[in-house]
Design a protein around this ligand. Structure first.
Ligand code: GDP
Ligand code: MN
Length: 420
């Protein structure tokens, strides 16, 4: 799934397959966080059925609004262009929009051709838009500073703007201790073209967004679009508000944010990843056909390199870490073998805290339980390796698809040859 937004703006080489994907939340949850931080957001509710969408739309219309927006809640952007953000002017139109969205998979530039199922909708008051802007805070790794990113060319084309007109994107480094200061935020607001009272409103939103980014240990907060409404009697200079927002959180800091943990929606994630996490394993999905079971991120990287060097392509990595048990390693094999793309499995373990005989025991267990129909190549080294090799030797007749390798290069060569 392609990531966009600041990924494109700050990290042109960002590849979701190689960097950890931070925990994401739904737009309705993001709007709640913004609203709690004092950033204006039109009122709305999350619903899961057509009937609830209809009654929510009805109550918004009855409160005097003339426009309602129905939006698919999925962890992917590009909804507008895909037809999964709909502005409606009647309860009947709201019903149609909800029926369509809950009944069809959403295919957008960010989802891949198979699309994703929509289980939740946001039904919110629609607003009239005079102009759309882009606002985000993320870490600029090259400068080592959190950075406010702002553009007057907001809306659905921000990636194109980043490519074709990078000067239209303003980047303001944020002081680690002082945060984003009022004078800096006002200066950005003016450069974006806000005038009159809009300047103070936009600057306050920027400061609050920077504060929210820090408070939630986010690695991305994005408002796109930030909008200004046309002048009205109640607000002669228009009102500045957020109508779409996206967050990514640093997984390693989530333990101290119970409220954010509660927002996690496993239904939106790769099922193998969710399963792995539940067993304390870490799983990375890749594009090839060789399933890899390793211990440690460094060994995972070198395993990937050496498999590639020998012409192979990993389908995934399962890192069993240092404290895995026979049960969790057996679960690791279930996850790897449950992936249809896997045509061969490479086990590459350097036994330290994780003992080789634990892995050998799990291989034998997994062979009994799930069976290895695809070729299995095992390379073990380190703590208790002799005991482990003996266990595997004795089990060879029960696991005919298994080959053992003497070193990493031999293992890579063997598994690449086995999958053809
Ligand atoms: P995304 O396509 O997934 O990023 O979804 P957005 O929520 O950003 O909506 C896409 C576009 O739909 C926005 O850029 C707006 O142009 C339009 N849109 C969304 N909500 C409203 C609304 O309340 N009023 C109006 N007039 N347009 C809206
Ligand atoms: Mn958007």
């Amino acid at each position: 799934m392609a990531d966009t937004g600041p990924g494109t703006l700050l990290r042109p080489s960002f590849s979701p397959n190689q960097e950890p994907i931070p925990m994401k939340i739904h737009e309705y949850q993001a709007r709640q966080l913004l609203s709690d931080a004092g950033i204006p957001v039109p009122p709305g509710s999350m619903v899961e059925t057509i009937d609830d969408a209809v009654s929510e739309a009805r109550s918004i219309f009855e409160s005097g609004e003339t426009l309602v927006v129905v939006k698919a809640q999925v962890h992917a952007g590009g909804r507008g262009k895909a037809g999964f953000v709909k502005l409606v002017r009647s309860v009947e139109e709201a019903r149609e929009a909800a029926t369509f969205m809950l009944g069809n998979r959403m295919v957008s530039v960010q989802t891949g051709p198979e699309g994703i199922e929509v289980k939740r909708l946001l039904v919110a008051a629609g607003v009239d838009i005079a102009k759309e802007f882009y606002l985000a805070v993320t870490l600029d790794r090259s400068r080592g500073l959190n950075t406010l990113i702002a553009s007057a060319e907001g809306g659905v084309e921000i990636e194109t703007v980043a490519d074709e007109n990078p000067d239209a994107i303003l980047k303001t480094p944020i002081h680690p201790l002082h945060g984003l200061e009022a004078f800096e935020a006002r200066s950005v607001a003016k450069r974006l073209g806000f005038t009159g009272r809009q300047i103070g409103q936009a600057a306050a939103i920027m400061q609050k967004l920077a504060g929210l980014y820090a408070d939630t240990d986010a690695d991305l907060v994005e408002i796109n679009p930030l909008i200004v409404t046309p002048p009205s009697d109640a607000a002669p200079d228009g009102r500045v508000m957020a109508i779409d927002a996206k967050f990514g959180f640093d997984d390693n800091a989530l333990f101290r944010h119970k409220n954010l943990q509660a927002m996690h929606d496993p239904a939106e994630e790769n099922p193998s990843e969710v399963r792995a996490e539940a067993s304390g394993l870490s799983y990375v999905d890749l594009d090839g056909n060789i399933g890899c079971l390793v211990n440690g991120a460094g060994l995972a990287m070198s395993t990937m390199d050496i498999v590639k060097l020998h012409g192979g392509d990993p389908a995934n990595f399962l890192d069993v870490g240092g404290s895995a048990t026979k049960e969790s390693v057996t679960e690791a094999f279930r996850i790897i073998l449950g992936d249809d793309r896997v045509q061969g499995v490479l086990v590459n373990i350097f036994g330290g805290i994780m003992k080789c005989d634990t892995i050998a025991g799990a291989i034998i267990e997994a062979a009994k339980e799930v069976g290895f129909e695809v070729p299995l190549v095992v390379r073990l080294e380190g703590t208790n390796v002799d005991a482990a090799r003996k266990m595997l030797e004795d089990a060879k007749s029960e696991i005919p698809s298994m080959q053992t390798a003497t070193d990493l290069a031999d293992a890579a060569r063997t598994v690449c040859a086995a999958v053809g």
